[in-house]
Design a protein around this ligand. Structure first.
Ligand code: MD3
Ligand code: FE
Length: 203
């Protein structure tokens, strides 16, 4: 049961569920090499979300700005490789939403604990906005805010559950979006956290 959020934005309920068992050990492997950390925004605020990356390019924020980079600034090493199960899932979800041939080169992993939020923003650090972004939600639920093209446009609230995949592209690619503060809850497998994995073609 796919849900349409916009002209070219879809929620694929439970689409990741068949892949979760293979994804969790791959995720542990990634964060053993590139630990979750809280980055600082160009404005000097520390993000409440903790993040890591895998793939050729990783998303980074510091006092100098937001950008993609080939190396983990904490260790100077390459980001861990993108696992095949991640690549396959991102490709198949994009295909189902009408974006064939999607091969991401960047995978941003966000960790939310109760109280963590992400304020309304646009994702504009990627080179080519023709490619979609694929997002996979794991763990405790969150309320996603799906806004318009201006920050002040009224946002729809979309609850996202463990295993849900969202694909955004085309005319919906630059919409403002965010996540409301996470309510305390516990997931049987992941415990008291939410993990969101976004796949992008950044370079
Ligand atoms: C809508 N993450 O990492 S994913 C982000 O749940 C981010 O962690 C949120 O926003 C999270 O940048 C939401 C869903 C998402 C990702 C990209 C989008 C929604 C989007 C780009 C355009 C419009
Ligand atoms: Fe975003």
């Amino acid at each position: 049961a796919d849900e349409r959020l916009g002209e070219q934005a879809w929620v694929l309920r439970g689409f990741a569920l068949p892949h979760v068992a293979a994804m969790l050990p791959a995720l542990d492997d990634i964060v053993a090499q590139a630990a979750f950390r809280h980055m600082v925004t160009p404005g000097g605020f520390t993000m409440s979300v903790a993040l890591s990356n895998c793939g050729d390019l990783g998303w980074i924020s510091d006092r100098r700005g937001y950008r993609y980079g080939r190396h983990d600034p904490e260790t100077g090493r390459d980001w861990p490789p993108m696992p095949d199960v991640f690549l396959q899932l991102a490709h198949d979800a994009a295909d189902r939403a009408g974006f064939p041939d999607f091969v991401p080169d960047a995978c941003l992993i966000n960790r939310y604990l109760p109280g963590t939020r992400m304020s309304l923003h646009q994702d504009r650090n990627e080179q080519d906005f023709a490619w979609p972004i694929v997002s996979v939600s794991l763990g405790i639920p969150a309320i996603f805010q799906f806004g318009g093209h201006a920050r002040s446009d009224k946002a729809q609230r979309v609850p996202l559950q463990h295993g849900d995949v969202v694909v955004w592209g085309g005319v919906d690619r630059l919409r403002f979006h965010g996540v409301l503060p996470l309510k305390p809850a516990s997931h049987p497998v992941l415990g008291e956290k939410r993990i969101n994995i976004t796949f992008r073609k950044a370079g």
